[in-house]
Design a protein around this ligand. Structure first.
Ligand code: 5GP
Length: 211
């Protein structure tokens, strides 16, 4: 059986550059897949159904919640966002590392349910850079940008819940760093339970004779 993939949550302020970072990570290494979320927010220009999101209405979203079709969901700036369960489970079983690009409430729910999840927080080097990137993106109006910046302030409160912070200053470096963190996390005891149990069993025989 293939070694199970790692479930990775990537969060970060809106405008931190997570999207570009994930695209680069996926095109550089082939062991990653990105989960496509469901949302009730309207598509932005250029966004395609099933690529950036599965776009839906509140009724359908609530049905998915009732049918236990989502691993987690949250409300963010007036819209629902959630992670469809089936794809994530299939990909992890096939040995691929699955990335959930989700906000903090969802991240904490995933960690609670699956404690071995790796939580990464992506941030720009400072707040002025965040504002600049949001404005430069040109996909949101002034009011939405202001809401997202206010939300960033709230989200900053929760950063300590993450395993690692990654400062997104240089794209290539940041991608390399993410990949290194994922590889290092394979060695965490929480992902080595079989190895730990085996070596404990083997060591038992030594414990019989006292020192
Ligand atoms: P955006 O509207 O900019 O695409 O996303 C807004 C926020 O929702 C981002 O922080 C994004 O990471 C988060 N998000 C996207 N999909 C999901 C999801 O399935 N669950 C949760 N909890 N957050 C999500």
């Amino acid at each position: 059986m293939a070694q199970k993939g790692i479930l990775i949550v990537v969060s970060g302020f809106s405008g931190a550059g997570k999207g570009t970072l994930m695209k680069k990570l996926l095109s550089t290494y082939d062991e990653y897949v990105l989960s496509v979320s469901m949302t009730t927010r309207a598509p932005r220009e250029g966004e395609k159904e099933g690529v950036e999101y599965f776009f839906t209405d509140r009724d359908n979203f609530e049905k998915a919640i009732e049918n236990n079709g989502l691993i987690e969901y949250a409300e963010y700036c007036g819209n629902y966002y959630g992670t469809p369960r089936r794809y994530v489970e299939e990909q992890l079983d096939a040995g691929r590392n699955v990335i959930l690009e989700i906000e903090i409430q969802g991240a904490l729910k995933v960690k609670q349910r699956f404690p071995e999840t790796l939580l990464l927080f992506v941030t720009p080097p400072n707040a002025a850079e965040l504002e600049k990137r949001l404005k430069y993106r040109g996909t949101e109006d002034e009011e939405t940008i202001a809401r997202r910046l206010a939300r960033a302030y709230e989200e900053a409160e929760g950063i300590e819940a993450y395993d690692y912070i990654v400062v997104n200053d240089n794209l290539e470096e940041c991608v390399r760093e993410l990949h290194c963190l994922v590889n290092a996390s394979r060695r965490a005891p929480v992902r080595k339970t079989e190895f730990i149990n085996n070596i404990r069993d083997e060591l038992k025989s030594f414990a019989k004779g006292e020192c």
